[in-house]
Design a protein around this ligand. Structure first.
Ligand code: SF4
Length: 362
């Protein structure tokens, strides 16, 4: 890492009284402030996530959506502290407030604190179930290992609980004898979700958990996640590129573009009445999972490279609503309706319009 950036890295200072009292009042399970992540793989860093502010309430599902390369996976990897070089968390805090025990800033937690939090407080489900399941061990052995190590159950108790957990996601208990490769893709993914819930965590982060399965299986998995959440009361951060899917399961949605949150708000309002043109474009690019069909329109161009993002609003080269300030002034995330949006439209309503149509190559 270039020496000049080392000062920017996180200090190991204790949580400030101000941070603690603010968050204790807010009642959020996880409160993220000013989170930034850079990739230091060349002389100039890539700002993959910039100044993200988000809250996850108890028992809610927060959807995080955006195209590939918008920073959503980098964000959740940093929140779960699974970031690996050249990714470096350069700023921010992520205050996790367990039901029992002291609040912990995940971004400053050391390995000992993190291993105490994983499984029992914080679990993650990846896109590929094979990343979570060991291919050379039977499913049952993997559940039993986790349940014995993390919850101190006896072997017999762990085996019984493993069967119950599989039952919760619609898999017969006799499949505990199977190796992961003997299960279908959908079954593997559901087994991974059951494994993530083995220690009844308070927060489950799901990074594109249904991307690798077909639509029918996707619906089944979403339904089961909803049922499990109602039963156990955990919060979910659900990452996907498909906004239509989120409207099925999310209470609130955060839309990411070029490493920033550009809109956040209650799911239904954000979907039906988006404040940010990128949210509207994403919505129109995916078919709704239910309701009448509507014509789909792609988004011109592709997300910007994060090494040299466009000046002003990073979406301006692709935005049909762009106007004078958009090319030079970066909009802040400000209140818009019941949520927040980073767009000049509401604040510069009188500014002259840009004549040109959006050009994918801008
Ligand atoms: Fe479009 Fe301008 Fe809003 Fe950016 S700030 S989304 S370019 S209208």
């Amino acid at each position: 890492m270039p020496e000049r950036y080392e000062d920017e890295l996180l200090s190991e200072e204790p949580l400030s009284d101000e941070l603690l009292s603010d968050e204790l009042l807010s009642g959020e399970l996880l409160s993220v402030e000013g989170l930034s992540v850079d990739y230091f793989d060349r002389a100039e860093p890539v700002h993959a996530v910039r100044d993200v502010r988000l809250g996850v309430r108890r028992g809610e599902t927060l959807g995080v959506v955006g195209e590939s390369g918008c920073g959503k996976s980098t964000l959740v990897t940093a929140l779960t502290r699974l970031e690996r070089p050249p990714a470096v968390i350069t700023a921010g805090s992520a205050l996790y407030r367990p039901r029992e025990g002291e609040p912990v800033d995940l971004l400053r937690a050391d390995e000992r604190q993190l291993s105490a939090l994983r499984w029992r407080h914080l679990a993650i489900v990846f896109q590929s179930a094979m990343n979570a399941l060991n291919p050379v061990h039977r499913l049952g052995a993997q559940f039993v290992d986790v349940l014995r190590a993390q919850r101190g159950l006896s072997k017999k108790e762990a085996q019984e609980r493993a069967g119950e957990l599989l039952g919760l996601v619609g898999i017969p208990a006799d499949r505990l004898r199977a190796y992961p490769h003997e299960l279908s893709g959908g079954m593997r993914q559901r087994a991974t979700i059951a494994l993530a819930l083995a220690c009844e965590p308070e927060l489950v982060v799901m990074d594109e958990p249904t991307t690798a399965v077909d639509v029918v299986m996707q619906r089944q998995i979403l339904k089961q996640i909803g049922k499990l959440q109602a039963e156990f009361g955990f919060s979910v951060v659900f990452v996907t590129h498909d906004l239509s899917l989120l409207i099925e399961i999310a209470d609130r949605i955060a839309v990411m573009y070029a490493g920033r949150v550009v809109e956040v708000g209650p799911a239904r309002q954000l979907y039906e009445n988006p404040a940010h043109p990128y949210t509207a474009a994403l919505r129109n690019a995916f078919p709704p999972l239910r309701g009448p069909r509507r014509p789909l329109t792609g988004i011109p161009g592709s997300p910007p490279g994060l090494r040299h993002p466009p000046a002003g609003c990073a979406f301006h080269p692709r935005c049909a609503s762009r106007f004078a300030p958009c090319d030079t002034e970066e909009p802040e995330l400000l209140p818009a309706g019941a949520g927040e949006a980073a767009c000049h439209l509401p604040t510069h309503a009188d500014a002259p319009r840009t004549e040109e149509a959006p050009d994918a190559t801008d």
